[in-house]
Design a protein around this ligand. Sequence first.
Ligand SMILES: [Zn+2]
Length: 353
Amino acid sequence: MRPEDLLRPSPRGLYCPVGDFYIDPTRAVPRALITHAHSDHARPGHGEVLATRETLDLMALRMGPSHAGATQAIGYGESLDIGGVRVTAHPAGHVLGSAQFALTWHGCSIVASGDYKDAYDPTCTPFVPVRCDVFISEATFGLPVFRHPLAADETAKLLNSLQVFPERAHLVGAYSLGKAQRVMALLRAAGYDAPIYVHGALAAISAYYAERGIALGEIRPAADAPKAAFAGAVVIAPPAAITDLWSRRFPDPVTAFASGWMRVRARARQRGVELPLVISDHADWDGLIAATRATGCTELWVTHGAEDALVHWAGAAGLGARPLHMVGYGDEDAEAPPEPASEAPAVPPEDAA
Ligand SMILES: [Zn+2]
């Protein structure tokens, strides 16, 4: 038996012919397992969706309650039998509710990790390596040049800037699901206790995080605040909003952006970012390698991102390795469509942090 008999790439995403289901399909399918609620992985229109409670809630929040015909929640460590395939959910450490799915059938085990990171994140359950024969990994930051610094050190840069420029608003671009709440939690963990102002697109998701027990402190809608309130304040908004009309209400802001791509100075410059914060929800090069090794896999499949370098590393390390060239999965910014910058209460339909 080959692993491809259990799971294989298809034009709609990873497909399990034995259980007749897809993982993070890019088009509507009868049965989908969804690793997390970012819009490049969680799409509307599926017949049945299996995901963690948090992912299902976030999907409903973003796409409306009727995004799927039926939903079923699975907790971390829980297993289900789907057409003879044993499916187990494990934490991926990417955003709240993010899961890896381990598939076992006839002694063959494959782990589809979705997006993941092994770095500290107070807003979600930490990544757990799962033993398997085949590990399926993304490679958003799959080049040796990508080594993310400690998020706490990047947070300290923001706090330091607030001290240096106490009269300027600090406008932080952060993707609305996951990154924005992580920045808030990192600020709180560093002892910052002033109210944090948010763009309307972040309000509902942040409220949901708080409801699930993630301490984000006092959050205020930026739309309701007088201009004077923004002096020396932190304002968090979707990346697109920090450079558009919306940002003009803030006098002389310090523009920051929290993304793994901020490691690339040219990207920060292109975006007019004064204060780049290298905070990523994806594993860096060392993280990808450590995670792969920790699974004990004999084969690595790479879904998207900088596939070649990781596949090359795996080959040199004695693993079977193949790039899957899967399309439809974005990254933290350039390849993902920009988020709408309006203050509409509707949650933006896309991001990938
Ligand atoms: Zn993601």
